[in-house]
Design a protein around this ligand. Structure first.
Ligand code: NAP
Length: 253
């Protein structure tokens, strides 16, 4: 088995928010990181940060729900950084609305990015992991998988991701590949800023209200999630698979 420091990792949706924090943490952990997002140029800041800290990273532009783009992106990473044996399926969008106002496009777009995207990325990367006899896949679920008003599409996608995680764990375990999910609670990012905007609440006020209802009385930060990812992809976590870890400042699930 090669040393952890020579391994390549792909983090999707890594131009900003949770994905950027995860990519940065994996860079600091010694992985060569492919910072993947829709717009390659938007990945520059994350890549530059990793490189400035002494790590190795490349920007990769791809839509995770486009099969051809995914295949090309994974092959490009293999050529430039080595076989990607770590994959973090983080790319995501929200199109919140109550059921009676939710359009088919709202439904399809959200299912497309989260579920189809995680499926396509995992399918493309697993070939490299099975070849290496080692791999780590971490999928981003959400506390919304347990139900959340205005998020029928998103909660269905995030619950689906938990099923995908458990099934891939069963299929890939014999190849030395673990597959786990992280279900964050409220994390301060552009995604939650947009939610506050949609609800007509100031972002600060929104955060204070969320912190108040959380047993650990604060909101989450992207680094809270990056820390959990760092554990799941570590060599020592080889017997932990098919799990959903709620990182939400309180008990869930
Ligand atoms: P974010 O700030 O909105 O970042 C998401 C990133 O994913 C953006 O850079 C976005 O690019 C990219 N992306 C969207 N569609 C894509 C596609 N088809 N292909 C490639 N990249 C795509 O969101 P975040 O808050 O960091 O969330 C990251 C993940 O954590 C998501 O899966 C989210 O559902 C999950 N999560 C977040 C929270 C939270 O409280 N923030 C809680 C639970 C779960 P564009 O800007 O170009 O669209």
């Amino acid at each position: 088995m090669t040393s952890r420091n020579s391994r390549a990792a792909i983090v999707t949706g890594a131009a900003r928010g949770i994905g950027a924090a995860v990519a940065t943490r994996l860079g600091a952990d010694g992985f060569a990181v492919a910072v993947l997002d829709l717009d390659e140029s938007a990945c520059t800041a994350t890549v530059d940060g990793i490189v400035a800290a002494g790590g190795r990273a490349v920007a990769v532009g791809a839509d995770v729900a486009d099969a051809a783009a995914v295949e090309a992106a994974v092959e490009r990473v293999a050529a430039e950084l080595g076989p990607p044996t770590v994959l973090v399926n983080n790319a995501g969008i929200t199109r919140d609305n109550l059921l009676f106002k939710m359009t088919e496009d709202d439904w399809d777009s959200v299912l497309r990015v989260h579920l189809r995207g995680s499926f396509l990325m995992s399918r493309a990367a697993q070939a490299h992991m099975t070849n290496a006899g080692w791999g780590r896949i971490v999928n981003l679920s959400s506390t919304s998988a347990l139900g959340n008003r205005g998020q029928a599409n998103y909660s269905a996608a995030k619950a689906g991701i938990q099923g995908l995680t458990k099934t891939l764990a069963i299929e890939l375990g014999k190849f030395g590949i673990t597959v786990n999910a992280i279900a964050p609670g409220f994390i301060v990012t552009e995604m939650t800023r947009i939610t506050a905007e949609r609800l007509g609440v100031g972002f600060e006020e929104f955060q204070q209200a969320r912190a108040k209802e959380t047993p650990v009385p604060r909101v989450g930060q992207p680094d809270d999630i990056a820390h959990a990812v760092s554990f799941f992809v570590s060599v020592g976590a080889s017997y932990v698979t098919g799990q959903v870890l709620y990182v939400a400042g309180g008990p869930r699930g």
